[in-house]
Design a protein around this ligand. Structure first.
Ligand code: ASP
Length: 301
C-alpha cells in the first residue's frame, strides 16, 4: 500500500437536493482536506474525523450545525465511527454539542462502551471538554414549519396527528483508506425533520448507518427506520467480502430499490476500490483517489 492507493469518499445525504452547488462545494472542501491529510501519511481515522467535522460545521448539511429538528423543535443528533478492526463509538440523540462525531470517537477511545445516548451522552461529552453549543439554525426551524404544512412520506402516523414533505438530504458520512491500508467509516446525522423526539435513527448504529471490517468501510444515508431493518451497512460489508465495493453497493441497493427503500451508501474496499449508489432522487457525494476528485455534480445519474 502506498500513496497512490489512499482514497476518501464522502456523502452529504440521500434525498432531494435543491442546493446542489452548495453541497458540492462543502463536499469538495472536506474531501480535499481529508485527502491532503492521507497523502501526508495521516491515519484514516484522522482524515475521516476532519472531513466529517467540516461537514458538520457547514450549515448546508443536516449534521451538527443545521441539524434537522424533531417535532418539538429539538436538534437531537446521531453519529457513529468504526474502524476496520471492529472498534466502534456512537452517540444517539445527543443535544447541544458542536461535533457529535468527535464525541462518538471519544466513546470509542475513552469508554468501555460502544454507544451512549441522550443525557448520558451529553454528560460524557461535557466531561471530555465539549462545550455547550446550540446547533439549531433558523433555516432548520423554517424547514420544520414547511413540513408541518405538507406531510412526510416517512412518518404517516405523525402526519395524521400533526400534518407534517419530502425528505431533505444532508446527513453526512466519510470513508477513507490510509497508506497502511487502515479503513475507517463515519456517519453523522441530524435525523429526519419532524420525527418524534427520542427517535433513534441508523447513523449511530454499527451495521446500519455505518460499518467497517477488514474488507472495507461503509456509510449509509436515507430512511433510517428501513436502513435499520435491512442492516444496510452490514449487508454491503458482507457482500464486499467477495466482491469489489462498487458491486457490493450496487447489489445491496438493488435489493433496497425492490423494497422501495429510499437510501444511499458510499464504500471503500480493502484494495482502495470505491463504491457508491442510491435509490433516492439524488445523493450528494464525492471522492478523491489517485489524485483525482470526482463530485456528484460532475455527472448525472
Ligand atoms: N439516515 C438518517 C436518519 O434516518 C437520515 C438521512 O440519512 O437523511 O436519521
Amino acid at each position: 500500500m502506498d500513496n497512490r492507493t489512499v482514497a476518501i469518499i464522502c456523502h452529504g445525504g440521500a434525498g432531494t437536493i435543491t442546493e446542489k452547488e452548495d453541497y458540492a462545494r462543502g463536499l469538495s472542501e472536506a474531501i480535499e482536506e481529508g485527502y491532503r491529510l492521507l497523502r501526508q501519511g495521516a491515519p484514516a481515522l484522522e482524515a475521516v474525523l476532519r472531513a466529517v467535522v467540516m461537514l458538520e460545521d457547514n450549515p448546508v448539511f443536516n449534521a451538527g450545525t443545521g441539524s434537522s429538528l424533531t417535532i418539538d423543535e429539538v436538534a437531537e443528533m446521531d453519529a457513529g465511527i468504526m474502524t476496520q478492526h471492529g472498534r466502534f463509538g456512537g452517540v444517539i440523540c445527543i443535544r447541544n454539542v458542536k461535533n457529535p462525531v468527535l464525541v462518538a470517537e471519544k466513546v470509542m477511545t475513552e469508554t468501555d462502551h460502544l454507544i451512549l445516548a441522550g443525557d448520558g451522552a451529553i454528560r460524557f461529552a461535557r466531561s471530555m471538554g465539549f462545550e455547550d453549543y446550540n446547533p439549531v439554525t433558523e433555516k432548520a426551524k423554517r424547514r420544520l414549519m414547511e413540513l408541518r404544512q405538507n406531510g412526510s412520506k416517512f412518518f404517516p402516523r405523525l402526519n395524521q396527528r400533526l400534518g407534517i414533505t419530502e425528505q431533505k438530504s444532508g446527513t453526512v458520512g466519510a470513508v477513507a483508506i490510509d497508506r497502511n491500508g487502515n479503513i475507517v467509516a463515519a456517519t453523522s446525522s441530524g435525523g429526519i425533520a419532524g420525527r418524534m423526539t427520542g427517535r433513534v435513527g441508523d447513523s449511530g448504529i454499527p451495521g446500519a448507518g455505518v460499518f467497517a471490517s477488514p474488507a472495507g468501510g461503509v456509510s449509509c444515508t436515507g430512511h433510517g427506520e428501513e436502513i435499520l431493518r435491512m442492516l444496510l451497512a452490514r449487508d454491503i460489508g458482507e457482500r464486499r467480502k467477495t466482491l469489489p465495493a462498487q458491486t457490493a453497493v450496487t447489489l445491496a441497493l438493488s435489493e433496497a430499490k425492490r423494497k422501495k427503500v429510499l437510501c444511499g451508501a458510499i464504500a471503500i474496499d480493502a484494495r482502495g476500490g470505491i463504491g457508491y449508489g442510491y435509490t433516492s432522487p439524488d445523493m450528494a457525494y464525492g471522492y478523491k483517489a489517485a489524485d483525482r476528485l470526482f463530485l456528484f455534480t460532475d455527472s448525472r445519474k
